[in-house]
Design a protein around this ligand. Structure first.
Ligand SMILES: C[S@@+](CC[C@H](N)C(=O)[O-])C[C@H]1O[C@@H](n2cnc3c(N)ncnc32)[C@H](O)[C@@H]1O
Length: 340
């Protein structure tokens, strides 16, 4: 449970609205409903419909309020966006699919979720519909696995030392959030005065526990399939790994590949997307002043050029090294034993 004071301010809202243009009506999918900031703005335009998803069941309370007002134009599903395909939305005239990745301020401030290094108590970090928690990760994975998680998902330079110390410490006592923060602070000799010593390890654990890499890749692919011609796919990212994935996906499906340098570009297959802006949109100085958590937000978008639903992508190969690390979590699945 979280106090009412923790309010989430939707990031880059006016930029997003100017890109998806709900004033022309149509159906939109809000893959990360959160506190409903984007959804409410879209629904404020006549002739719009929103299908919203969120993996956090807490979002349902906000969704129920919106439902009271917009019964006939709003649907909420407590689902992960990687399951967008299961909603069987093909040919439903979807004009826009939006993702606002990361966590709402309300989630960060919820002590039971333990997403922040300021939390007290058991390690958790589950956003919702998870298979395991950060407590399982810290207590059950081996040194090499922990090191890789911290190194690749957090870009933590002292990943190895931190992993070694975790495995030593867990033999002596139960590691909760506070003990983990102290252990990281003790392990890291060089202090960085710009960010907290535990920031990178906590980012890495959140990405790992919530399988954010494969969620995003599956989500982008499913979103591309359900969009209609001229539909917009827009994504707000908050860290460099997410942004790298989105940038690659958009770029690789917007640029003609040189199959052969002897073949004129005109004869090469057309691309799936049109990219109108290569650079991401970022918060204005005014937004940065009013909403500090928006500082790392980047908004990228593409427009689908035609109604084709099957396409090839090499995105899984491109990010295979990250997916392999995420798969360390398979042995922590709560229901793992049911399979055997
Ligand atoms: C930054 S918040 C979105 C805020 C929202 N745009 C608003 O204006 O209130 C991100 C939300 O996405 C949800 N989320 C993150 N990953 C998800 C996933 N894979 N599937 C569904 N929801 C997800 C989180 O639970 C969180 O509520």
């Amino acid at each position: 449970m979280v106090s009412d004071i923790a309010k989430h301010y939707p990031v880059l809202l006016s930029e997003l609205i100017s890109i998806i243009t709900p004033q022309h009506g149509g159906t939109f999918i809000d893959c990360t409903f959160g506190q409903g900031g984007y959804t409410k703005k879209i629904l404020s335009h006549k002739n719009t419909q929103v299908i919203a998803l969120d993996r956090d069941i807490e979002s349902k309370k906000k969704a129920n309020k919106i439902l009271e007002e917009f019964q006939d134009r709003f649907i909420f599903k407590n689902k992960k966006f990687s399951q967008l395909d299961n909603l069987k939305l093909k040919n439903e005239n979807i004009r826009g699919v939006i993702f606002d990745l990361g966590y709402s301020y309300t989630q960060i401030k919820d002590p039971t979720k333990g997403l922040s290094f300021n939390s007290i108590g058991e390690l958790n970090m589950q956003m919702g519909l998870n298979d395991f928690s950060a407590k399982d990760v810290i207590n059950k994975l081996d040194v090499i696995e922990l090191e890789k998680i911290f190194k690749f998902f957090g870009e933590e330079k002292e990943a190895k030392k931190i992993a070694v110390n975790i495995v030593k410490e867990r033999k002596i006592k139960k590691i909760d959030t506070k003990i983990l923060v102290e252990l990281i602070e003790k392990t890291k000799r060089k202090k960085n005065f710009k960010i907290h010593s535990a920031t990178k390890v906590f980012q890495a654990l959140r990405i790992f526990v919530n399988k954010e890499i494969s969620e995003l890749i599956h989500g982008l692919i499913a979103a591309t399939r359900v969009l209609e011609k001229d539909g917009v796919l827009a994504v707000v990212t908050f860290h460099s790994l997410e942004d790298k994935i989105v940038k690659y996906f958009f770029k690789s499906l917007s640029e003609k590949k040189s199959i052969s340098r002897y073949l004129p570009k005109i004869d090469q297959p057309d691309t799936l997307f049109r990219m109108e802006e290569k650079k991401p949109r970022t918060p204005s100085p005014k937004e940065l002043k009013e909403n500090i958590p928006s500082r790392s937000a980047k908004l990228r978008y593409v427009i689908k050029k035609d109604n084709f639903y099957n396409f090839d992508t090499d995105i899984f190969n491109k990010f295979e090294h990250l997916i392999e690390i995420e798969n360390f979590g398979n042995k922590l699945w709560k229901n793992f034993q049911l399979f055997f």
